[in-house]
Design a binder for this molecule. Sequence first.
Ligand code: ZN
Length: 284
Amino acid sequence: MQHNASALRTALMGQKMSSFETSESLIVSPKVGRTIEELRVENRSIEIIWDDGLALKTEMKLRGSWRIFHDGEKWSKTKKSAQVIIGVDEMSVVCFGAREIEAYHDFDLRRHPMLGRLGPELADPRVDLNDCVDRLMNYENPDETIADVLLDQRVMRGIGNVHRCELLWACELHPWAKVGSLSVDECLELVSLAAGVLRGNSLLASTELAVYGKHGKICTRCSGQVRVTHHGEANRVLYWCVDCQVRHTDVTSQGYVIKHDAPLGVHPAEHLYLSELARVRKSV
Ligand SMILES: [Zn+2]
């Protein structure tokens, strides 16, 4: 049976991917262990986005479809004709009959800068944080928003979307603050916090997340309300507190979009993120 977008959403959103197979030759592939964060559907195009910003886009032929098979269930089509098989919790989500399949890092859709130009890996304790600060201070477009720049893998690697939202909240930074308006100290604070979490020696988000997945909830710091939007070139989901994340608010005011398909106040990626943090801490 052909599954519609909402069935695919239910099967995939917030799930940790356990396997990935494809018959296509893709430039980049989704990584096993990453969480599926969003699904965008437009006509016959389906885009699946993982929490590290990797996107897989399929343009379906008229009779093409994504199908869901539970483990042990007999497939209604041959495995040979499958173009993509995504393994999640006791299920295979399978693409048949796509006209075109491509994968890319979603932040870099326009710029395609990936090859050979990646920034330092923050989780690596040998990485000099001042190098990352320099990259922030000298960012090619000083008017770019800090929310977008934190996901730019050319500046530094390792900051996923959950982490980005929490970092901006911890630093009380407005997500749309221009990167060029940040001081050296502010950049260092951001980078140090980010590295601290990835290296397992920070208390940030140790028990509960502050804003990610908290749409409509009360901010624990200021009792304001946490909002959600889709932001920036990559259009990733972004949570922030409008009342206390006010540093560098002298930015062109942009409206926030409330259209969002995660349930109010809860996001399954939150739990996975927290359990991963706990694991990192244990292993240090
Ligand atoms: Zn607040």
